[in-house]
Design a protein around this ligand. Sequence first.
Ligand code: SF4
Length: 375
Amino acid sequence: MAGLYIHIPFCRKACHYCNFHFSTSLQNAQEVLKAIETEIALRSSEVEEEIKTIYFGGGTPSLIDVNAIESILNQIGKHFVIHQDAEITLEANPDDINKIKATSWKEIGINRFSLGIQSFEDDYLQWMNRAHNASQCFEAIDIIRETGFENFSIDLIYGTPGQTKEGWIKDLQTAIDLKIPHLSCYALTIEEKTALHHLIEKGEKEAVSPDEQAERFQLLMELSSSAGYHHYEISNLALTGFESKHNSAYWEGIPYLGIGPSAHSYDGKIRKWNIANNMIYTNGILNNSPQFEEELLSDNDQFNEYCMTAIRRSKGIEKQKIILLGGNNRLLAMNEMLKPYINSGKVIEDHDGWKLTNEGKFFADGIAASLFIVD
Ligand code: SF4
């Protein structure tokens, strides 16, 4: 079991680009949190192994009281066996972080943060409709460090409308100069039903061209590698020893349990996702009638998902795993299918498997899709 994911579906403000499940009203927060604790108890029989990672995501888990996070952790402790060195991550936004809260998070067992920085520039933060400003980013990082947290990550977004090449270099260099142990750097995607999508449709914002996005990604690879970061997944980079255990386990295809509205779970064969509606989720759980959907993954689905996630990792696609999922014939077929990419310098092969080169990283999704088995 990879671990537990707990979705806290509340945010202070709606960021213009975001399509995650959250509410900006805290009116029903107590009921939702009660339902989350109830779901933990209801689903404890789904997990027999020790829990190695716990991840509070959202939404904005740092927005709710530390007591509420502690109560959820206590409930997890009652119903699961937590590994003594479990990685326990809390997603936090800079505007929620102060010395008192940081100290309390430490006391209740949080040992890793994922900070929603996104940019160190006020202009970019404002158009994104983030709730924080640039100076709060620096303060939050200082407080986290002063409280004794060494293991933390920041999110940065690139390829946003209005962000210049110089602006991206400045954001990235700031993170590097601050020696942030882990960086999650995402190319902005314009999701339907977001404010940003609407603004672009109306012509009030200009979408960033794929060429500019690619240029930003190239800069990310160059600057981070010369600063010693390990590009261990296409969107994730870490200084030695600071790779995310929780996300690495997802990418390994190790089962996990997702609790809370919209949370996804995977048991090795079945993918389940809770309803993305706070009220229906809460009523369902509290009336012992959980509302979720599920999908049984076929062998082909599992193979395709493996290709999709593995190719994004520095570990690459492992030959042993291909044999396990598709047999020796599939391994031979992969050899043939990957030859053109090897010849064009996008993929390299070694004894263990196939990995993307830096050039290949620009084509990760397309290369993965070309390896899929279609029913
Ligand atoms: S804080 Fe995070 S989850 Fe909430 S709206 Fe912004 S990006 Fe989305």
